[in-house]
Design a protein around this ligand. Sequence first.
Ligand SMILES: Cc1ncc(COP(=O)(O)O)c(C=O)c1O
Length: 446
Amino acid sequence: MKHQTSSDWIARSLRSVWHPCTQMQHHEEVPLIAVSRAKGPWLYDHENKRYLDAISSWWVNLFGHANPRINAALKDQLDTLEHAMLAGFTHEPVIELSEQLAALTGHALGHAFYASDGASAVEIAMKMSFHAWRNAGFSDKQEFVCLQGSYHGETVGALSVTDVPLFKDAYGPLLRAAHVVASPDARNALEGESAQDVARRAIADVERLFEERANKIAAIIVEPLVQCATGMAMHDPLYLELLRELCDRHQVHLIADEIAVGCGRTGTFFACEQAAIWPDFLCLSKGISGGYLPLSLVLTTDAIYQSFYSEDITRGFLHSHSYTGNALACRAALATLQIFRDDDVLNRNRELATKLTIALAPLAEHERTKAFRQRGMIFAFDAVEPDAARAASFARRFFTTAVENELLLRPIGRTVYLMPPYVLDEEEIDLLGSRVKSVFESVMAA
Ligand SMILES: Cc1ncc(COP(=O)(O)O)c(C=O)c1O
């Protein structure tokens, strides 16, 4: 058979694959990229053109593509056990992973419940919260609270607590209404206000709602420290600390959605650690398998677990997915946690983040950017583009110019962000700094 070029694969893909989060007609203008292989932070197409994966393939990859250590663990697991159902059965990878995750929370949380995608973990946390209250005799607690600009996934329950109109509005009639409270986004600071002042102001909004109807509210769900999908909106850890107090005082569960911000992205393994709090439910996905395989999970407290433990089957959590606790995915996660330990990743990332901040400094100071922000290994800035039409097309134009310059970057609206794998070398850091700037300048000038 004749060698297939990128264009052959793209044409076949457009005929047969419905791509996610895409108005497919846009591909008449915006190029689809056919990836043939990947190594480290680089993706390669069929003509060997390379792209630096500066957003970790939708925030999942931690230690580079084709990582030798994760590959070796998976090859070994493949010859041992690929998958076995988790109801009535168990296996080594899922047990060890659950033990290690509980240990990472100092055993404040545990009883890991598994699924595959992030949205499924959110569904699980929401159902568990409601059911735990019901088991405790509070069946009126059925409502959920989310933050302005929140994103928790696209299944019907998760979309109900998502506040991104573009994703949500079309499905409005299918969704349960949630309460939306103010975002603690530090960019909301009024003249003279600090990020902590914004956090306090946002907490006052939650307090008003809880005072009025906490008896009807099961849980509030937050993306700790960084609301990623709304454009890397960052807040002060004080918000989480005060929210924990408020939830305790008003008997409302706190769900921490660490699907995007967990696994070291914000500088600590769990973002909640920076506020010295633990939620009642912690959702994890994306990076936990090193970006290799779909794996998500919810950790919860002994108290919640005990509220389901009964002779009565209907008090149990009768939720399942076919691939719950998949052995290959759990083994990839164990290899990922091993790399965190062996390579002292959190400390090394501190140095890496400093170097990247220095490399991006010309953009932070650029006259056409504002609100440069960084937390851990997440970096973002907003383009200053007063022209509405140009602002509306900014993300698409930036993406196209970036791929022409070997970069995979997908701005959110006017926000350009980087969330790279933790394996960049000096040359790649320099390349990122200089190319992001030149791409930005050419998009702003065009
Ligand atoms: C904070 C957060 N929650 C949930 C999700 C949904 O995860 P998934 O796309 O794996 O369903 C995402 C995905 O980006 C996310 O960023």
